[in-house]
Structures are given as structure tokens and as C-alpha cells.
Design a protein around this ligand. Structure first.
Ligand code: SAM
Length: 263
């Protein structure tokens, strides 16, 4: 992936973008709904079925900055340990917490302090006992080795300036046989330098999108098997420079069990 901007600048810019979203409660970064034009407007959650949102206050349920439904893709089971990468206001963590139950646990990771404050405040309102939120980067996850049964992530990996490192970290924290369920924005082909340099479009989940074949290749290189990238809808239809190049996708993959890795 050609990346003309230094990594620390991208982190700083993305963090400022989401600090603002956390403060205003803006819904944005939902490319399949062409929401770049929607930034600044409150709207209902277009991604999660009503029954998933049962018992979750309306404003918490509406605060999705995602591009799909990673938690349903994960097919969670009671008792599982789930890590949500880029947990934002915490919505998918709260849905996951209901599904894994008291015997399970959910850890959300985010690099934006304003998002973490919002997520913790939401958790207090919901009185959840099996969810926690941690400060940290996808590229250096604050989670020990082989802790997770499942990793979910909704519209975040595209925002990382170092995706191979994110995939290595995901592999590290998964138990052998663990799985990932990711909603993300993905590209058909490489994006231009002009698009890559546009930090507002990067924050909106467009300019950091990785080519679909490279995405699969980098997951394989990190050690994952059974990699599937299923297109879900066109994205960035409202941005002429990116029109027709981006789509939201449902991405799944598995960390091989130890026996399979040992051959
Ligand atoms: C598009 S929002 C998605 C939030 C949430 N997953 C949702 O569906 O509403 C992206 C979130 O990921 C966080 N984020 C972006 N890049 C990150 C990185 N490299 N490490 C940790 N968090 C990151 C942002 O702070 C923001 O809260």
C-alpha cells in the first residue's frame, strides 16, 4: 500500500477526527450508507437489527460509526472472550456482551480518549459487568497473547497506517483455532496518492482502504487461514475521486489450531 503520510501523523489526524465525533455524537464513517455527506447529522442505526439493540438506550444504539454488523458475523457463543478493535462508543461490545453472557467477557480497545470516556459512561448506564475498555493502538494491542476466542472490528482496520502489523497483533492475541469477524471498507485496486493524502477522507474510512487482494494476502502472511472477503455494498459514491473503487465488506478468517500449524 502506497502511504505518503507518516504513521504518527495519520494516527493524530484520525484521533482528532474521532474525538470530535465522540464530543458531538455525530454519525459518520458509514460508507455503504454514503454517510460522508451525513457527517454532523444524527440518524438511526442502519446496520444492526432491532432485536440486537434490545435493552440498549436509543442514543447508544444510534451511535454507530461502523460499516456493517461485525458482531453478527462473529456468531458468538456463551462464555467466549471477545476483543473489539476500535470500539468507539462501545455499541458492538454491548451487543457482544449480551451474547457471550456472564461467563464470557468483552474488551474494547481504542486510541481516542474521548471515545473511551464515552464508552465507559455508556457501560455505566447499561450496568454491564462483563465489558471493559482499554486505551491502545491496533498496531500494539494492550492484550496478552492467546486470550481471545474472537476478534471483531467494525470499520477501523482501514484507518490503520500499518495493516500488516495490525494483522500480526490480531494473530498474536487469538487463541489457536480463534476467529476474526470484521466489517471494513476495502478497495478494488490501489488508491492514488491524492486520495491517500486527504486526511479528512482518511478519517471518514475511505483513503486508508486496502486493495481486497492485498488485504487477503496480508492476512495469510500473518498466519490466518480460511480468509474470506465478501463484498456488502458500494462505498464513497459521493466522492468523485473514489467513486466505484471502494466497497464495504464482511471479512472472516481463522487462526489455525496448534495441531494444524505443527502439521
Ligand atoms: C470508524 S470508528 C468505528 C467505531 C466502532 N467500531 C463503531 O462501529 O461504531 C473508528 C474507531 O477506531 C478508533 N481507531 C482508529 N484507528 C485506530 C488505531 N490505529 N488504534 C486504535 N483505535 C483506532 C477511533 O478512535 C474510533 O473510535
Amino acid at each position: 500500500m502506497n502511504n505518503p503520510i507518516p504513521i504518527t501523523d495519520i494516527h493524530a489526524s484520525v484521533r482528532a477526527f474521532y474525538a470530535e465525533r465522540a464530543k458531538n455524537g455525530d454519525g459518520c464513517c458509514a460508507p455503504s450508507a454514503d454517510s460522508y455527506a451525513r457527517c454532523g447529522a444524527q440518524s438511526a442505526n442502519p446496520f444492526h437489527a432491532a432485536e440486537l439493540l434490545d435493552g440498549i438506550p436509543e442514543d447508544v444504539a444510534a451511535f454507530t460509526l461502523g460499516c456493517g454488523d461485525a458482531v453478527s458475523l462473529a456468531r458468538l457463543r456463551p462464555g467466549e472472550t471477545v476483543i473489539d478493535l476500535g470500539s468507539g462508543g462501545g455499541l458492538e461490545c454491548f451487543i457482544a456482551a449480551k451474547q457471550v453472557g456472564e461467563a464470557g467477557r468483552v474488551i474494547g480497545v481504542d486510541m481516542t480518549p474521548e471515545m473511551l470516556s464515552k464508552a465507559w459512561a455508556n457501560a455505566a448506564r447499561l450496568k454491564t459487568t462483563n465489558v471493559e475498555f482499554r486505551y491502545g493502538f491496533l498496531e500494539a494491542l494492550p492484550v496478552a497473547d492467546e486470550v481471545a476466542d474472537v476478534i471483531i472490528s467494525n470499520c477501523v482496520i482501514n484507518l490503520s497506517p500499518d495493516k500488516p502489523q495490525v494483522f500480526r497483533e490480531m494473530f498474536r492475541i487469538l487463541k489457536p483455532g480463534g476467529r476474526i469477524a470484521v466489517s471494513d471498507v476495502v478497495a478494488d485496486g490501489e488508491l492514488s496518492d491524492e486520495a491517500r493524502r486527504d486526511m479528512a477522507l482518511w478519517g471518514a474510512c475511505y483513503s486508508g482502504a486496502l486493495d481486497r487482494h492485498l488485504y487477503a494476502q496480508q492476512l495469510h502472511e500473518a498466519g490466518f487461514v480460511d480468509v474470506k472477503i465478501e463484498p456488502k455494498g458500494g462505498a464513497a459514491k459521493d466522492v468523485p475521486m473514489l467513486k466505484g473503487k471502494l466497497f464495504s465488506a464482511a471479512i472472516t478468517a481463522v487462526k489455525p489450531p496448534i495441531a494444524a500449524r505443527d502439521g
